[in-house]
Design a protein around this ligand. Structure first.
Ligand code: NAD
Length: 699
């Protein structure tokens, strides 16, 4: 018997302990499941055993399947979870599972195969498979609804969100909440099962309860799920499995579940979601940082500037329980900034997502200051003032003079050269870019921009800080726009060219929304405001190469005072109080005029061309960033796009998407566009190489 399963008989209880740290993953190859099966068989024939207890060593029962075995072929001679569950359904003695800590996926499926479940407070109990584009493939979709009813079963399996011990008890997943020492209490509960001669209660033998009409329930659920999870096949398949549990005998339902599981594993969407899952973990790792890089302690923070970004950044610290001083140039701006923060928190309280107490505590961690003398004790200072080099330099000189030795000095600049900013300080090794995305208290992405002189421990501490404040940190290098904005710039530029050549904003937006973005480029522009980009372009006008293609459409729209939603008009028009974009004939006239002046004969542009030209711009610039070493790995670029730019998760990010299309095809298309449209389509050397070698960006 494998040593990651411990088996002992105690007071007629056959105690089977899963001991596979850190989370008791249900490993096939290590023999954990075979070990459980062997112990069950041994005990089933042992007259000294009257009941079994399945329990995890350490702090949880089981976190689920061993993710490293995902998609691997079966291991000969080793039982899998389904083998164990099938045996549990025929065993002659009752089995109790002791749930604790994260009990997820296969871990919960194993517990559902037991006949009774006790759980200790603090467990998280769920079937999160849908988040990886698959479904619980070991009877979870069949047993859970039999315990909790169709509606609750659908809710848990389709959302993938876990429930607490108490909720699981209320739902009927957990029979008994135990306290104190889990092992002792669980053994006592198992003993009681025998003493009270409770029957073997197999979930597989129950019927699924449905409130009301079965047909109506599933029809409505199908419509709702299709609407809410557009582009994701797994949620509907989960529903189909619950329906099978409701309408068919258990054995047939299990077969159906298996079939749908096998189908989903092979879908591009599931591969993309699994890619996203692993990519997020990979992003944490900095290739050239030694594992033993020390960390600096971050106990207090300061933010310079209480504007749009500064306020949101300060909230992140407060949300994580880190006291933060917010410095502004004048009292009235400070007041305005704090008012916005307060309003933001109050809105969350009003929605019931934050208690008034928690809001008060967080507000209490924020202190407004006007003098640099007050930020000297901060372990990290994040600058978020106007995007102007001279202003930033002035601020960094002041931070340098005020901050204590060892403090991390960060800038939230979107475009400026971090090395140039660092150079005005006496400690460029302490300077780093922390590029938050707007709204900074909501958006998960944090580009961590490493300067030429940034010290290793500053990088390592910033990566750790990202986690502390619940962001997804991605390390990038210095260049204009870093990873995300350099790519998005090319995307918006191409979208503008498409208008000039014959498309209208609503067509481009529709194509990108059908691809899976929540909003197409022009709706995004109207939401963000067109004036900032206009100001930047006016500043750059003098240095622009007159031979380079330039679309004037955005400028023309701004010249009409149309700055997007905030002025009631931009690429679209908006009725008062509404965010619904309405196509505007005035814009069509303006665009047609711009094409004419540019000497371009407008043509019908197909959806496929629109999609390719927008997405392949991202891909081609992404390939440049990889080759230049600005991004560490292709999957980091995908993470930037998934968390910062609303790229559809089920497509895995732009680089993964290109891999799924095939880089040879992408390269062909890019070469074709280069022949038609010139230098912005010059294939990145990395794309040329991988595209002609049959390679992929993501391994
Ligand atoms: P903002 O104009 O809303 O806020 C800037 C704040 O800085 C203002 O409140 C201003 O009073 C204050 N300020 C200016 N000079 C100061 C000084 N010398 N000392 C103290 N305070 C000073 O601008 P924002 O949108 O918050 O942008 C701030 C920074 O964040 C910029 O570098 C910008 O590029 C970057 N950024 C912005 C976004 C975005 O979407 N808005 C996204 C990422 C990064």
């Amino acid at each position: 018997m494998s040593n990651i399963i411990e088996y002992e008989v105690k007071n007629h209880v056959g105690v089977i302990t899963l001991n596979n740290p850190p989370v008791n993953a249900l490993s096939v190859s290590k023999g954990l499941l075979q070990g459980i099966l062997d112990a069950l068989k041994q005990g089933d024939h042992d007259p000294a055993v009257r009941v079994f207890l399945l329990i995890g060593a350490g702090r949880n029962f089981s976190g689920g399947a061993d993710i490293s075995e995902f998609g691997k072929p079966p291991v000969p001679g080793m039982a899998n979870l389904r083998d164990v569950l099938a045996y549990m359904d025929t065993i002659t003695k009752p089995i109790v599972a002791a749930i604790a800590g994260p009990t997820m996926g296969g871990g919960l499926e194993l517990a559902l195969g037991a006949h009774y479940r006790c759980a200790i407070t603090g467990a998280q109990i769920g079937l999160p498979e849908v988040k990886l584009g698959i479904l619980p493939g070991a009877g979870g979709t069949q047993r859970l609804p039999r315990l909790v009813g169709a509606a609750r079963g659908v809710e848990m399996i389709v959302s993938g969100d876990p429930v607490s011990t108490e909720k699981a008890h209320e739902l009927g997943i957990v029979d008994e909440i135990v306290t104190g020492d889990l092992r002792a209490s669980a053994i006592a509960f198992a003993t009681r099962v025998v003493r009270e001669s409770r029957p073997i209660r197999r979930a597989s033998a129950l019927a699924v309860a449905v409130d009301g009409d079965v047909d109506a329930f599933f029809t409505q659920a199908r419509e709702r799920i299709a609407r809410e999870h557009r582009g994701y096949p797994a949620p509907l398949e989960c529903l189909a499995c619950v329906e099978a549990a409701t309408r068919r005998p258990f054995a047939e339902g299990v077969k159906f579940e298996r079939e749908r599981f096998e189908h989903l594993v092979g879908t591009t969407e599931s591969k993309a979601l699994r890619h996203a899952f692993f990519a997020e973990r990979a992003a944490n790792k900095v290739r050239d940082l030694p594992d033993d890089t020390p960390l600096r302690e971050i106990r207090t923070a300061a933010v310079i500037g209480a504007g749009t970004m500064g306020g949101g950044i300060a909230m992140n610290f407060a949300n994580a329980g880190i006291p933060v001083k917010v410095l502004e140039a004048a009292q009235d701006r400070l007041d305005k900034g704090f008012e916005t923060i307060r309003r933001n928190y109050a809105a969350t309280v009003a929605k019931g997502r934050l208690s008034q107490d928690a809001m008060d505590r967080r507000m209490g961690l924020l202190t407004g200051v006007l003098s640099y003398d007050d930020i000297g004790d901060a372990d990290i200072v994040v600058e978020a003032v106007f995007e102007e080099m001279d202003v930033k330099k002035d601020v960094f000189r002041k931070i340098d003079a005020a901050a204590k030795p060892g403090a991390i000095l960060a800038t939230n600049t979107s475009t400026l050269d971090i090395d140039e900013i660092a150079a005005v300080t006496s400690r460029p090794a302490d300077v780093i870019g922390l590029h938050f995305f707007s709204p900074a208290n909501v958006m998960r992405l944090l580009e961590i921009v490493r300067g030429a002189k940034t010290a290793n421990d500053v990088i390592a501490t910033s990566m750790k800080l990202a986690k502390t404040i619940r962001k997804v940190g991605v390390l990038v290098g210095v260049c204009d726009g870093f990873v995300g904005n350099r790519m998005v710039h090319a995307y918006f530029r191409e979208a503008g060219f498409l208008l000039e050549e014959g498309a209208l904003p609503q067509q481009v937006d529709r194509v990108m929304e059908e691809f899976g973005f929540a909003m197409g480029p022009f709706r995004v522009s109207d939401l963000a405001g067109l004036d900032i980009g206009w100001a930047i372009r006016k500043r750059q006008a003098a240095t622009r190469d007159p031979n380079e293609r330039y679309s004037t459409i955005a400028d023309r729209i701004c010249e009409k005072g149309r700055f997007g939603q905030k002025t009631g008009a931009g690429y679209y028009r908006y009725e008062t109080g509404s965010r619904k974009p309405i196509p505007d004939p005035e814009i069509e006239t303006l665009i047609v005029e711009a094409s004419k002046e540019a000497g371009i004969e407008r043509r019908e542009i197909g959806d496929q061309e629109i999609l390719e030209r927008c997405v392949y711009q991202l891909v081609n610039v992404g390939a440049e960033l990889l080759e230049e070493g600005i991004a560490q790995r292709a999957s980091d670029i995908d993470i930037v796009y998934l968390y910062g730019y609303g790229f559809p998760r089920y497509r895995g990010g732009p680089m993964f998407y290109a891999d799924t299309v095939g880089l040879d095809k992408v390269l062909d298309a890019v070469r074709g566009y280069e022949a038609r449209f010139g230098r912005f389509w010059k294939p990145a050397p990395l794309l040329e190489r991988l595209g002609s070698e049959g390679g992929r960006f993501n391994g």
